[in-house]
Design a protein around this ligand. Structure first.
Ligand code: GAL
Length: 369
């Protein structure tokens, strides 16, 4: 029997197409080198000089009322064993400080900026006491990947500037503020830029986000804007700490969150989620030949059991190591966010080069032995 099982498992393992050595995490506890579940959520990974740095949201210590301490970092040389490196951007006790404890820090992403030799962190930031009302992005820098990161700015994006793909005539357009959401008239108004124009003076809202550094060295900020209805991609300057003013809107009214962008064979891909808070929903896949568009939406990239719920996860990052790509997602536990689980699954490509992700169910078989 074993003689039959081993080749079968081998065949399954090979068909999984997971790059050898890449970890596959299926929502089980993911202990760090001290045995504690990794408390880094909505995060992403940066590689520098052979070390992987995993930055994520600290989500309290699991006891009721324990809040976020800031952004935490874990390091690894093999992507399997992760050493906790503590808080690299900390909340403060100072009243009125933008980072006053009680503010919300989500989806931190760190990149190295060659022009300044600094590590640059962007994150979704909500000031204390206003729920999700600020819709800010914040940027912090450090000389060392382990911090401490120093906050430079928090605010909306590109105040006073119109997106390159929205006709400036929209600025003078009037929309009725009694339009009922999701009606065809409302959809048309969203498409025409009703929310972009609403936020023009203050700057565009920016909640769930990612940062992508292109092969030509340019960096981009990708974020859910316009009351989470529309994605925007904004170019960053050579310091990676400022928006240049050049930005585009994608999928107006598409309700996309949790953008995770990657590039494969010259094509830009993005996996996003819908907007259902901590509840999982069906992932979306988008592709473009040019980062600033046009972007096209394709069917759900997830396949197999629970594909319609992204296997209970929500995208946060696609990690590229050599030619292999790993889809990273959070399985949120809103009752104890610190215990939210991690999903790391290989991104495979079909014969047309379109990425897809198989249900973790198919991996269980391979791990029986
Ligand atoms: C999700 C979002 C998370 C967090 C959560 C709060 O939609 O992706 O980052 O903001 O809502 O409910």
């Amino acid at each position: 029997m074993k003689r039959l099982i081993i080749p079968l498992l081998l065949a399954i393992a090979l068909s999984m197409n997971a790059a050898p050595g890449m970890p596959v995490i299926k929502g089980e506890r993911f202990p760090d080198t001290q045995g504690d579940h990794i408390n880094a959520h909505g995060g992403g990974i940066m590689e520098k000089d052979g070390t992987y740095y995993w930055y994520g949201e600290h989500r309290g210590d699991g006891t009721p009322g324990s809040g976020q301490k800031g952004v935490v970092c874990y390091t690894s040389s093999d992507l399997h064993a992760w050493t906790p490196r503590g808080v690299v951007l900390a909340v403060t006790d100072t009243k009125g400080d933008p980072l006053e404890a009680g503010c919300i820090i989500e989806r931190p992403k760190v990149v190295f900026c060659p022009a300044t030799a600094k590590y640059v962190m962007w994150f979704h930031h909500e000031l204390k006491g206003v729920g999700y009302g600020s819709a800010h992005s914040a940027v912090a820098v450090a000389d060392n990947p382990l911090g401490p990161f120093r906050m430079l700015r928090t605010g909306r994006v590109n105040p006073g500037v119109m997106p390159v793909n929205l006709p400036s005539e929209s600025v003078s357009k009037q929309w009725s503020d009694t339009l009922e959401w999701w009606t065809p008239q409302w959809r048309k108004a969203v498409d025409e830029g009703m929310f972009t124009v609403r936020d023009l003076d203050r700057g565009q809202m920016a909640r769930d986000m990612g940062i992508f550094v292109d092969s030509d060295g340019k960096a981009y900020h990708i974020y859910s804007s316009e009351s989470n209805l529309t994605l925007q991609i904004a170019e960053l300057d050579s310091t990676f700490t400022r928006h240049t003013g050049k930005y585009v809107r994608l999928f107006p009214g598409g309700h996309n969150e949790a953008p995770a962008m990657f590039k494969h064979d010259g094509v830009y891909w993005m996996i996003t989620s819908g907007c259902t808070g901590w509840e999982p929903n069906e992932a979306r896949l988008m592709r473009a030949d040019n980062i600033l568009g046009p972007w096209k939406q394709l069917p759900n990239p997830c396949r197999g059991a629970e594909a319609e719920k992204t296997f209970c996860g929500q995208s946060t990052f696609v990690m590229r190591v050599g030619d292999s790509y790993t889809f990273m997602a959070d399985i949120w536990n809103p009752k104890n966010l610190a215990d939210s689980r991690h999903l790391w699954l290989p991104v495979k490509f079909d014969s047309d080069g379109v990425p897809f992700i198989d249900s973790p169910d198919s991996y269980r078989i391979a791990s029986i032995e």
